[in-house]
Design a protein around this ligand. Structure first.
Ligand SMILES: *Cc1c(COP(=O)(O)O)cnc(C)c1O
Length: 392
């Protein structure tokens, strides 16, 4: 059993992938070849945004979005500490300050009430009642924006995040690295804020055979700037540079591979949904001692991960041990919230600052999740979880 079975998928598309790779080898335009705009058009339509800007990774997508808003030193950007490193890293790389906001204990996404408190705290320059990075208490940071994260494939509460953003003059970026294909109130993930960013890392819902990412926006001016930034801040031509940018292009080969994967993506999303529903049903029937995910009725997850909560750290350790003995692969996303990562120690946060994130980090783990997971394997997994309960 695989945690994410990319081989099962490849068996279905191998020929088509080889054909499209062959076409790239034939035309030889490895950089910004026609497949790149083909993918941009297809995904822009899929998501429902006017502009799609392909780039080299999900991390670059976040960087491009933040750079397009001119984020830099002295700026504060709100995001959650319970996410992959890249979300806060992009903010810090630009010299800006990530201001962490705790998560909701059910959705694992940013808690809008905590966001309001964080905004107030930054305005006041006082780290109580909401904890702030050390620098925010020392000098006034300029509040610039919010990055909502769609953790495990579930969109954050963008109606509220966008509203809070608008009231406070903050841009909102959607980190949809895990949520491409998800829905929120009838809209597609990555189209839920002014800019949506996604990733084509192989293990994401739409993954390539290497790194890749994309930004989506309806804003012509932001799109213009992101196009320029992705190629060294280029101006009217290759040899005019009007701003400091990146080498942030998506390889033609990855775009070609992703075009093949996109064909089966809608069906894969349905299969992920079925797998998730089966897990939850089996767990409820077996009255397991873990909490399955709860998806708000107005949302549909892309199910990048199926993550469940144990009672506490010791309970999780016992369950992971049992699953390992049964040769069932598991993972912990994420064992350490970002505010406690050594890389962010400069921010001056401490244990206890974000109690929900810290508690979830001690209890959460993820089960195998991919479109080709067999019902029999799911039954075996849930049986292992259920057996633990009998031995309390
Ligand atoms: C994977 C991921 C990223 C970064 O994407 P890369 O393509 O690996 O750079 C950013 N944010 C979140 C939430 C992610 O899961």
């Amino acid at each position: 059993m695989e945690f994410i079975d990319l081989k099962a998928q490849q068996a279905l598309i191998r020929e088509a992938v080889e054909r499209r790779i062959g076409a790239v080898l034939d035309h030889g335009r490895y950089i910004m070849g026609p497949e790149v705009s083909e993918l941009e058009n297809a995904l822009g339509q899929f998501v429902g945004m006017k502009h799609a800007v392909a780039c080299a990774s999900g991390t670059d997508a976040l960087l491009l979005a933040l750079m397009a808003y001119g984020v830099g030193p002295g700026d504060a950007v709100f995001t959650t500490p319970f996410t992959f490193m890249a979300t806060a890293e992009a903010i810090a790389l630009l010299g800006a300050t990530p201001v962490f906001v705790d998560i909701d204990p059910v959705t694992f996404n940013m808690d809008p009430d905590e966001l309001r408190k964080a905004i107030e705290a930054v305005n006041a320059g006082v780290g109580t009642p909401h904890p702030l990075p050390r620098s925010a208490a020392q000098r006034r940071l300029s509040q610039r924006g919010i990055i909502g994260v769609d953790l495990f494939g579930l969109p954050a509460e963008y109606d509220i995040l966008n509203d809070v953003g608008a009231r406070n003059g903050l841009f909102v970026i959607e980190d949809g690295a895990q949520s491409l294909g998800a829905r929120y109130k009838g809209r597609q993930a990555c189209a839920l804020a002014a800019v949506g960013c996604t990733s084509f890392f192989p293990a994401k819902p739409l993954g390539g055979y290497g790194d890749g990412g994309m930004c989506f926006t309806d804003d012509d001016q932001l799109a213009d700037v992101m196009h320029s930034l992705r190629i060294h801040g280029q101006g009217r031509n290759k040899y005019e540079n009007i701003r400091i940018g990146l080498n942030g292009r998506l390889d033609t080969l990855q775009a070609a591979i992703l075009m093949v994967k996109l064909e089966i993506f809608p069906e894969e999303l349905m299969k992920r949904q079925e797998v998730a529903e089966r897990y939850t049903k089996l767990m409820k029937e077996a009255s397991v001692s873990v909490l399955p995910p709860e998806i708000p009725p107005h949302s549909r997850s892309a199910w990048a991960q199926y993550s469940i909560l144990a009672r506490d750290a010791a309970h999780r350790a016992r369950l992971l041990d049992r699953l390992a003995h049964a040769r069932i692969p598991t993972a912990i996303y994420y064992p350490t919230p970002l505010h406690l990562q050594p890389a962010f120690s400069e921010l001056g946060y401490g244990k206890g600052d974000f109690p929900v994130s810290e508690n979830v980090a001690e209890r959460i783990f993820s089960l195998p999740m991919h479109p080709y997971l067999r019902a029999a394997d799911q039954e075996r997994i849930v049986a292992v979880l259920a057996a633990e309960r009998g031995e309390q």
